[in-house]
Design a protein around this ligand. Structure first.
Ligand code: ADP
Ligand code: ADP
Length: 219
């Protein structure tokens, strides 16, 4: 469960996010849709405690992110896959995260398998990965602690059509097992096939939110 209540973020005179409120329920995928610059990343960074809100707040599993006893086990986060771990191999990146989070190291191979990064890829430096491979690694990192909540910012960027289809199946399965997913995209086609609900953001404000079928009925 994710609860976002009246989140606002200003950078000087510029308002990036204004009074954004929504909820993501267990067992559902919420698509967070809006053009580049709409405020999706800023909202997600505030939910994950990486950017301090100007006002308002967010809770994950009933608590602010920073109050979660072991956030990595509760919530899997993929923000800006292009920036991750360039100097390590994929396997090293996962092994370090497993150590930090107190996750059984056997999960490293299990999660590499799950996201389709084979042994050869896992031994290469992340700096040499394509963006699609980084998204897969980012998803493996997000899933490493078997969290109940996933927050994924534009995870389809750089994935090929087969990869997008694969990820949809993975996220649907995660939600069908009771997980909560918040998935952002600037493209309706990337979220409409998997999302139960859509939250549409533009210019930092929520412009629409409803069940997908309800929202798309008039489209
Ligand atoms: P999206 O993820 O939807 O593309 P962002 O949340 O990245 O949008 O950005 C929302 C707005 O806030 C944009 O106008 C962006 O330039 C601005 N912004 C984001 N981060 C910062 C920052 N650290 N400092 C100043 N402005 C920022
Ligand atoms: P915060 O931790 O407050 O979100 P960041 O570390 O993201 O700040 O950004 C530091 C500075 O970099 C910002 O104050 C801003 O000047 C600049 N910046 C970063 N991202 C953006 C963006 N998307 N648009 C405009 N300016 C940005």
């Amino acid at each position: 469960m994710i609860e976002v209540e009246h989140l606002t973020k200003r950078y000087g005179a510029h308002t990036a996010v204004e009074d954004v409120s929504f909820r993501c329920e267990p067992g559902t995928v919420t698509g967070f849709l809006g053009p580049n610059g709409a405020g999706k990343s800023t909202t997600m960074r505030m939910i994950c405690g990486m950017t301090a809100p100007t006002s308002g707040g967010a809770r994950v599993a009933g608590r602010p992110y920073r109050d979660l006893p072991n956030p990595g086990r509760e919530i899997g986060v993929l923000l800006d896959a292009s920036a991750q771990h360039a100097g390590r191999t994929g396997r090293e990146a996962l092994a370090v995260a497993a150590l930090t989070m107190g996750v059984d190291r056997r999960q490293v191979a299990a999660k590499l398998d799950l996201v389709g990064l084979n042994q050869t890829a896992a031994r290469r430096r992340v700096g040499a990965y394509s963006l699609g491979m980084r998204q897969r690694l980012g998803l493996a990192l997000a899933l490493l602690g078997d969290p109940r909540v996933l927050i994924l910012d534009e995870p389809a960027n750089g994935l090929d059509p087969e990869g997008i289809f694969w990820m949809r199946g993975l996220l649907r399965d995660f939600a069908d097992r009771g997980g909560t997913v918040l998935l952002s995209s600037h493209l309706l086609r990337e979220v409409e096939a998997v999302a139960d609900r859509l939250v549409v953001i533009g210019g930092g404000r929520v412009v629409a939110q409803a069940a997908r079928d309800e929202l798309l009925a008039g489209a």
